[in-house]
Design a protein around this ligand. Structure first.
Ligand code: DAH
Length: 342
């Protein structure tokens, strides 16, 4: 009998209990009233009286070992459960943990407002690829072969293929639109653009633009002015004035820079408008006849205007954001200020 006791002792010593199920099996086999140890106590009666004392002592040791193994493993398993947060007791009366609401990115808010304003006056939304070829980004837009904007300074080219680059402006989408359709065209084209520029508070190597294009018979500069005037009043407030400054772009003739009256100081002069009363929001012009013919459109029959504006620039003006880098840093303290998703 002593041998049997020692055998079971070794068994209990080497047992590994990993979960509640194994613990219960162990309890039934060794600790319970119908287990092996209880059986041995029963059998103690049949042992020769002179041996009973010694056997009884060993049996008690075994019983204690089994009991200790059980309680230690039970406590350990319970502890693990509470640490992993598994089925610990739940207090259903506690208040719930509120869900954190995200916020719409300020650039998305402004892009959506721009789109919504132009949609009201019949513009569709179009888009094109961010990885472009030279034709769509430059050549079709009437950039001469040695134009400085093609320079490595401004453009991210694909290393092994100088014909492929990240688009430097959304004007490339104009070309795709005109090549693939028939006039009239009336579309705006928001999207991300890339320039090989040093990052600072005012410039970034990636930003967003919204391009506009209107091509039909008899479209004039007056249509351009009126369209942008309507847009400026809707976005910046009904007292906003608009001003066109002569400029140059290869793809428009004539070309003009678009200024709006400073809606912060109402034209009186402040540091946003650098005390001029005006702030620039983009470029525009009448689509150059060369661009129309490059895209398969008869410049004798059709005319049109185009414009391009920086979404970061407009957002910075609207919300008085002083550093363009904030838009891409994903700092929740910045993003939260634009309100939760409604
Ligand atoms: N593509 C120009 C730029 O990135 C902006 C621009 C100017 C777009 C005049 C136009 C335009 O469509 O007519 O600076």
């Amino acid at each position: 009998m002593l041998e049997k006791i020692r055998e079971i002792y070794k068994e209990v010593e080497s047992i590994v209990i990993e979960n509640a199920e194994q613990l219960e099996k162990f309890r039934i086999a060794y600790v319970g009233r119908k287990g092996v140890i209880a059986d041995l106590f029963e059998n103690l009666r049949n042992a020769p009286p002179e041996d009973r004392r010694a056997i009884g002592a060993e049996l008690n040791n075994l019983k204690n070992l089994a009991q200790d193994t059980f309680t230690q493993n039970r406590d350990r398993l319970e502890n693990e459960q509470t640490q992993t947060g598994q089925p610990a007791p739940v207090d259903l009366t506690l208040p719930g943990t509120p869900n954190q609401l995200g916020a719409v990115h300020p650039l998305s808010i402004v892009r959506a407002r721009i789109v919504e304003i132009f949609e009201r006056i019949g513009f569709n939304v179009a888009d094109g690829p961010e990885i472009e070829d030279d034709w769509h980004n430059f050549t079709a837009l009437n950039f001469p072969p040695n134009h400085p904007a093609r320079d490595m300074q401004d453009t991210f080219f694909v290393e092994k293929n100088p014909d492929i680059a990240l688009r430097t402006h959304t004007s490339s989408v104009q070309v795709r639109l005109m090549e693939n359709g028939k006039p009239p065209f009336r579309a705006i084209m928001p999207g991300r653009v890339y320039r090989n520029e040093a990052i600072s508070a005012r410039a970034h190597c990636l930003f967003h633009q919204v391009e506009g294009l209107y091509i039909d018979e008899n479209v004039s500069f007056a249509d351009l002015k009126q369209t942008l005037y309507y847009f400026a009043k809707e976005l910046f407030g009904k007292d906003t004035k608009i001003r066109f400054r002569p400029s140059f772009f290869p793809f428009t003739e004539p070309s003009a820079e678009i200024d709006i009256s400073c809606f912060i100081c109402k034209g009186k002069g402040c540091n946003i408008c650098k005390y001029s009363g005006w702030v620039e929001i983009g470029g525009s012009g009448m689509v150059d006849p060369n661009v129309l013919s490059n895209c398969g459109i008869d410049p004798e029959k059709y005319t049109g205007f185009a414009f391009g504006m920086g979404i970061e620039r407009i957002t910075m003006l609207l919300y008085q954001v002083k550093d363009i880098r904030l838009f891409t840093e994903n700092d929740v303290r910045f993003l939260r200020q634009f309100g939760p998703v409604s």
